[in-house]
Design a protein around this ligand. Structure first.
Ligand code: CA
Length: 697
């Protein structure tokens, strides 16, 4: 009797768990960030398939009011499409017609932009039980009423507002708790993830990913163990390990997986000078979602010093490996290896490089540790031309897994970086804090060298066999920073790309079956849904994110900057809506003053530019197209205007913070002389003059 009762209770709990699952997974909906908690980004819909996708046409579009990077995956439930946009705004649209139902603006202070490494992007909302959850760039987690967008509750998720924390990731909801982490690993912060009650907003638990000051009590027992893998005074510089993007959940194992970011500062000499693995940076960590209790971890890059985050998208799947059915978790982190782990235990199963890698000679199958090349340790060995670089062989752009083909589809890229230690490093306000000499790592002025570097950059839609750990097929896309991926039961994979195209490929062999002009680079991932028996495919288009901000000219397409035209684009079979003719975004046509400043001043300006400005305005003062190209700035020729912006914050409302507190008069003048010098050296002045003459001015 007793055992029967136990059995009955167990099966009742099981039935409830199943009911809880299935009620939220409707084939026609896209109710969670990765569609399902396993984050496969695979839809069973097949009305649109390989045989008819050439009939796909625009059903509707919706223009967004921000011209910054759009990285969100929308949610579609109950006929409403919810998406976040740049500056953490939210729109709710009728998913069939595109009609605006409501919009929400959390009014993020624009001067907060300088606190983020990677554009004022947002990767999505979560929706459940009539609530829409958004994490804001300035660190709030806000619950909105799904019916009208009214705010229900708001909490401050940031533990220390003097440190540069930001939120760009999508919240996840597991068992009535909203989970959110943050970014900041480029500025010197300590990473953590927090769970809040969905209904009240009350904090349920918080898990720190790296230990704090060991003279104070550890927040949980595992951090005492983790502290043994650190040396020096890491807590003063933060340590890193931010949970800025990926999570997944297995309801059967009741495990929540979080992807953990890089060490902060990057240079280990500034963080943990005597070495050590520095747990749990660059790791996948499994936690109990009810309590935040640690269960297991796997560190992809022990002692990371290259910004090789393990925050990249994680997919749960069941694979047959060596004749055995395995419950696995898969990740293609920045470091270039594709990992397959046992998701119950964290046991290493296999890893192989999915892109060119030169920092490690493979992963030891016994220990699961990479064989790191000594010369890659740039803080000891000098300059290291690393491959991948800090933007990764794969960044946040979501991959997808199709159980039909058994393949994982990865937006992979090849993009190196010269890692050079900054031997005079000190922590600064309003600047990135990496411990890397960014001026020395900048591109040389010589145009032939710049073109040669550009030619080495690659991007692919890569179909990867996770069992055999080998490429099945790939499609070259002309360069890095292409969109996330959707796989469907219609034997299709969808992806937008840097070239301003949204395309469908045959999931089996990669042949391109359809494409549309998105009028802007696409970096976000598409979704699909069905209403009244009709299937739709949706994508949020809009060029941006760290790559076009940071690498400037290297991010150009066909010899010019890609333009941001932010829109929600939705397609269906025989859709016949039209996009308006692409509008042009005018460049400020001013002419820089004559060159001024001594070589020392220009060189000092180059250093200041690299540390304070290049992360947004582009390497060596050439913009990638999203933010203003300072070589054309009207302020260059007028020192009063220059100071009005840099000291008095004249452009704060546009997101340009005042640097007057950090840069003194001589430094500001050195910066102005460097950008002026670059305007002449790069030919921008000549171009601006020719354009003004053409316009008859
Ligand atoms: Ca990072």
């Amino acid at each position: 009797m007793r055992s029967f009762k136990l059995f009955a209770l167990t099966s009742l709990a099981g039935a409830l768990a199943l009911a809880g699952c299935s009620s939220s997974i409707d084939d026609g909906e896209w109710a969670q960030h990765g569609r399902t908690a396993d984050e496969q980004r695979y839809s069973p819909l097949e009305e649109i398939n390989a045989s008819n996708v050439d009939r796909l046409g625009l059903a509707w579009s919706f223009d967004l009011d921000t011209r910054r990077g759009q990285e969100a995956t929308p949610i579609m439930v109950d006929g409403v499409l919810y998406t976040s946009t740049a500056w953490s705004k939210v729109v709710a649209l009728d998913a069939k017609s595109g009609k605006l139902l409501w919009e929400f603006d959390p009014e993020v202070p624009r001067e907060w932009a300088v606190r983020g490494c990677c554009d004022v992007v947002n990767r999505g909302v979560a929706v459940q039980d009539g609530k829409v959850l958004i994490g804001t760039f300035d660190g709030r987690l806000i619950a909105l009423d799904a019916k009208n967008g009214n705010q229900i509750w708001s909490v401050d998720t940031i533990i220390d507002r003097d440190r540069y924390y930001t939120i760009t990731g999508a919240p996840r909801i597991v068992k009535g708790k909203v989970l959110i982490g943050n970014g900041g690993g480029e500025f010197g912060v300590r990473g953590y993830v927090t769970a809040y009650d969905l209904h009240s907003g009350n904090e349920a638990w918080r898990f720190f990913t790296v230990p704090g000051d060991p003279s104070k009590p550890f927040e949980n027992p595992i951090l005492e163990k983790a502290a043994e893998t650190w040396t020096g005074e890491w807590w003063k510089v933060g340590g890193g390990g931010t949970v800025w993007d990926s999570m997944a959940y297995d309801p059967d194992l009741d495990l929540l997986y979080i992807g953990v970011g890089n060490g902060s500062p990057w240079n280990p000499a500034e963080r943990s000078p005597e070495g050590g693995d520095n747990l749990f940076i660059s790791s996948i960590v499994a936690l109990r979602p009810d309590t935040g209790e640690y269960v297991w971890h796997y560190q992809t890059t022990p002692g990371d010093q290259w910004d090789y985050t393990a925050t990249q998208h994680m997919i749960l799947a069941d694979l047959e490996i060596d004749g055995e059915q395995r419950e696995v978790i898969m990740q293609a982190p920045k470091n270039g290896f594709f990992y397959v782990l046992d998701r119950a235990t964290g046991e290493f199963i296999s890893a192989e490089p999915f892109a060119p890698v030169n920092w490690a000679d493979g992963i030891d199958p016994e220990t699961g540790r990479p064989n790191i090349k000594p010369e890659a340790r740039y803080h000891e060995a000098g300059v290291w031309e690393g491959l991948p670089g800090p933007l990764g062989a794969h960044n946040w752009h979501p991959m997808a897994y199709s159980p039909d083909t058994g393949l994982v589809y990865i937006p992979s890229q090849t993009l190196g970086f010269p890692y050079i230690a900054d031997t005079d490093f000190e922590m600064k306000e309003l600047a990135v804090n990496l411990g890397i000499d960014l001026a020395a790592a900048s591109l040389p002025a010589d145009q032939a060298i710049r073109e040669a570097v550009k030619d080495t950059l690659q991007g692919h839609l890569l179909a990867w066999d996770p069992v055999k750990q080998e490429e099945r097929w790939s499609v070259p896309l002309g360069g890095p920073w292409n969109g996330g991926i959707l796989a469907t039961s219609g034997d299709l994979v969808f992806q937008g790309n840097r070239n301003g195209e949204f395309a469908a490929y045959d999931a089996r062999d990669g042949s391109k079956l359809w494409s549309a002009d998105a009028q802007t680079g696409v970096v976000a991932a598409p979704i699909t849904y069905s209403i009244d028996g009709e299937q739709y495919v949706a994508i949020v288009a809009g060029w941006g994110g760290i790559l076009p901000l940071l690498i400037g000219e290297l991010a150009w397409v066909d010899g010019k900057p890609q333009v941001n035209r932010s829109r929600v684009l939705v397609y269906k079979l025989d859709g016949n809506a039209q996009l308006p003719e692409p509008y042009d975004v005018a460049r400020t046509k001013s002419i820089a003053p004559a060159n001024f400043g001594s070589p020392q001043q220009i060189s000092q300006g180059a250093n200041i530019y690299a540390r304070y400005c290049s992360g947004c305005h582009g390497d060596t003062a050439v913009s990638g197209g999203v933010l203003p190209d300072l070589r054309y700035s009207f302020s260059l020729s007028d020192r009063d205007v220059w100071d009005a912006i840099l000291v008095n914050g004249a452009l704060t409302q546009s997101g340009m913070v005042a640097f007057g507190s950090e840069l003194d008069e001589a430094e500001r003048e050195a910066l102005r002389s460097y950008i002026t010098h670059r305007a002449h050296e790069s030919g921008a002045v000549a171009i601006a003059r020719a354009e003004q003459e053409d316009a008859g001015q």
